[in-house]
Design a protein around this ligand. Structure first.
Ligand code: ADP
Length: 314
């Protein structure tokens, strides 16, 4: 059986007395888009730095395509790409010149560089901009060129650290499409992100990292299912109505006292009886919304937990 694209077992890393990673384990299959999701300071970059051989863990093991990141670091460096770290974009060169420069640094033969450069410029929709100096590029174009450069050596695994931070919605959508395209071509993608939507849109598998521990792992759907139920959200015109409704429905008041949220329970019966009850007491909600759980809910529920147990949903 072939090894998974990425395998991480019991990683621990501390700086001085601060534990940054505390027993982190996960696996990523080939061709999968994996998102490591966490707030600032959760330990995402530290994980990427260990996997990409830039720093060593204190304990535990990690391998890329079956190669140990510590014992076979040279081999690992040949099969991965790390955007924004290895690929330095020269602003005074054109996009194409940048690609050729990196091709030389990687000791690729000229014909291969020419072919890959053309392929990548097409994939990233940069063909028209290829002859222009990078200084004239937008933020999104630079980011794409940066990734294109890191892909020249045809890596098997690519690490994308917050790939769409700071991009406008249009560039973000085009970056997402490009990432999907890379995965379709069989590249394994390790994404770190603070954006739940990004993980939801892209990832085949998500691991939520909080304070150096994986607190949940699974597909977006599996994670949403943890928080479970769909809910009915009621907003009231005034807090007196809100309070009366809360008492009638045996629910805690939320926020400013104008909002209630009740589990939909998968059937319309409970919803109908709740609304009937309010109607009988002359309470008319200002708005009624039916809401499916989002990854936001999952994230808040998991990272807000003080009891951090690992939950596997995969
Ligand atoms: P993230 O990428 O999720 O924002 P990081 O992995 O960058 O998180 O950082 C996790 C924690 O480790 C932070 O509290 C950070 O201050 C600390 N840390 C990271 N690198 C170092 C370092 N070289 N020295 C000391 N502390 C560090």
């Amino acid at each position: 059986m072939r090894a998974p694209a990425i395998q991480v077992r019991g990683l621990k890393k501390s700086y001085a007395h601060k534990v940054v990673l505390d027993d982190v384990s996960f696996e990523v299959e080939r061709g999968q888009i994996f998102a490591l999701l966490g707030e600032n300071g959760a330990g995402k970059t530290t994980t990427v730095r260990i996997l990409s051989t830039l720093i060593q863990a204190d304990r535990g093991t990690a391998s890329i395509d079956g190669c140990d990141v510590t014992l076979e670091s040279d081999r690992v460096r040949q099969i991965i790409s790390l955007t924004g770290q290895y690929a330095a974009v020269d602003e005074l060169l054109t996009g194409k010149e940048n690609l050729h420069l990196m091709g030389g640094l990687l000791h690729l033969d000229r014909q291969t560089v020419r072919r890959r450069a053309t392929e990548l410029l097409t994939l990233f929709d940069l063909t028209d901009a290829a002859g222009k100096i990078v200084k004239t590029y937008s933020g999104g174009m630079r980011r794409k060129l940066d990734i294109a450069i890191s892909l020249l050596g045809s890596p098997k695994v690519i690490f994308l650290d917050e790939p769409t931070t700071g991009l406008d919605p249009r560039s973000r959508a085009s970056m997402w499409e490009m990432i999907r395209q890379l995965a379709r071509e069989g590249v394994t993608i390790f994404l770190t992100t603070q954006y739940l939507e990004e993980a939801d849109q892209l990832a085949d598998k998500i691991a939520v990292l909080a304070e150096g521990r994986i607190v949940a792992e699974g597909t977006a759907e599996q994670l949403k299912a943890v928080i479970g139920e769909e809910r009915l959200e009621l907003h009231f015109h005034n807090s007196a109505d809100g309070r009366r409704a809360a008492t009638l429905l045996h629910l805690p008041m939320e926020g400013d006292g104008l909002q209630l949220s009740l589990p939909a329970g998968g059937t319309t019966d409970s919803l109908r009886s709740a609304l009937n009850m309010l109607h009988e007491h002359d309470i008319v909600p200002a708005t009624v919304n039916y809401r499916k759980p989002t990854l936001d809910d999952v994230f808040m529920a998991l990272t807000g937990n003080t009891e951090k147990e690992v939950r596997h949903y995969a």
